[in-house]
Every structure is written in C-alpha cells, then in structure tokens.
Write a protein that binds this ligand. Structure first.
Ligand code: TYD
Length: 223
C-alpha cells in the first residue's frame, strides 16, 4: 500500500477559481527548494501527458454544458490516477515534498457540492483513483465568489475556462463550491488550513510559508 512506503510529504492547494493557488504553489515550491528540500511542483487536472490531454478536454469552453457531472468526475479521476502512479507516488517514495495545485478535494467541492453528485460515491471513486493516497496538508485559499471572478476576468484573455466564462457563469454554483471547501476544511481541521486569499499575494505567501514550515517541522520524517 502506498501509505506505508512513502517518506515524503504531500501538500495540496485548494480553493475557488481566481484564489491565486497557482501563484502561491509556485512561490511555496521556490521557498522550500531554497530551504534545500527536494520539491515536486505539479497540478491537476494535468501533471502527466495523459492528464494534460484530459485537461484540454475538460476545460474546453466550447464543451460548456455538454459534459455530465459524472463524466467530469470520471475524467478528473482518470487524470488523477495517472498522476498518482507516474508523478506523486514515486516522488513521495523518494522522500520529496510534493506540492500539488488541486487534488481530489476539488472533485468533492466542484462535482459534489457544486454539481450535486453524492459525496459518498465520489469518495469511493477517489479511493479507487488514488489508491487511498490523501494529502498530509491541504491549504485552502478562501475567497468570496465575487472577488474570485473579478480577479479571473481581469486576468489574461483565455485564462477563463468553461467553469467560469461570463456567459456560463453560475454564481450559485460557485457559492456552493466555496461553501463545500469550507465544510471539508471544518470537518478535518488536522489536515486543512484556511488562508484568507482576499489580500495581496505577498501577505498570503508569508502565511502559507509559515504554516508549511510549522507543519514540516512538527511532523517527524517517515521511515
Ligand atoms: P484550475 O486549472 O486549477 O483553474 P483555476 O486556475 O481557475 O483554479 O482548474 C480548472 C477547473 O477545473 C477549475 O474550475 C476547477 C475545476 N476542477 C473540477 O471541477 N474538479 C476537479 O477535480 C479539479 C481538479 C478541477
């Protein structure tokens, strides 16, 4: 079983669209590398050639409305299975710190809380796709729906995907996603940390680095 063989640490970033996860994941990885750690920075959907192809299918704006939530859940999970096997597990076995921009909790928040699929069924799907590999630490970058959308729409043209294009934008869906993330965090406070993401990136980065250093320092290395 994966869990018994890994020595590394698995840290994920979660949060609504526009919460700045990618920037913060990159910054954290750079700081930990400067600390001398072996760091693997990766993302979902993506992280492998198969995952990147699935990502293109999933985020195609022209496909808006044509995927059923079950099909989405299976596609995200297929990409995740490949990602665990090819990238995350080997890095953890080697003892690296894996920093991942989104993971299975995004499926619970988006396809579960957002689209209404059963959380129990999604957890079973997650267990199958990941072979039970769960993050040691989940950093939730929490942001209001309006602030998140404002950031994304002000960003790069083409940076909005089918979950967030203005014509497809469903504020109630994104409110459910945000509430879902907060519920997941509240249910498992030992693994989750909630960070207020409606602040300048430097302030958020300081908090993230401090909490990750505290976490890494407090957990003895697995042997
Ligand atoms: P991402 O590339 O992280 O977008 P952003 O930078 O806006 O956060 O994620 C792409 C979209 O896919 C995002 O809207 C969240 C969604 N998503 C799911 O619905 N389920 C999942 O399991 C994952 C990983 C992402």
């Amino acid at each position: 079983m994966i869990e018994g063989r890994r020595r590394g640490r698995f840290i994920t970033f979660e949060g609504p669209d526009g919460s700045g996860k990618s920037t913060q994941a990159e910054r954290l990885a750079a700081v930990l590398r400067a600390d001398g750690l072996d760091v693997v920075l990766t993302r979902e959907p993506g992280g492998t050639p198969l995952g990147e192809r699935v990502r293109a299918v999933l985020l195609d704006r022209d496909a808006a409305g044509r995927h059923s939530p079950r099909a989405d859940a299976l596609l995200f999970s297929a990409a995740r299975a490949q990602h665990v096997d090819d990238v995350i597990e080997p890095a953890l076995v080697r003892g690296a710190v894996v920093v991942c921009d989104r993971y299975a909790d995004s499926t619970a928040a988006y396809q579960g809380y957002g689209s209404g699929l059963s959380l129990d069924e999604l957890r079973r799907l997650e267990a199958f796709a990941t072979r039970g590999l769960r993050p040691d630490l989940v950093i939730l970058l929490d942001l209001s729906v309006t602030a998140g959308m404002g950031r994304r729409l002000a960003g790069e043209p083409g940076s909005v995907n089918r979950f967030e294009s203005p014509e497809a934008f469903d504020a109630a869906f994104h409110e459910r996603v945000r509430a879902g993330f907060l519920a997941l965090a509240a249910a498992d406070p030992a693994r989750w940390r909630v960070v207020d993401a409606d602040r300048p990136a430097d302030e958020i980065a300081q908090d993230v680095v401090a909490l990750v250093r505290a976490f890494l320092g407090s957990v003895p290395e697995r042997r």
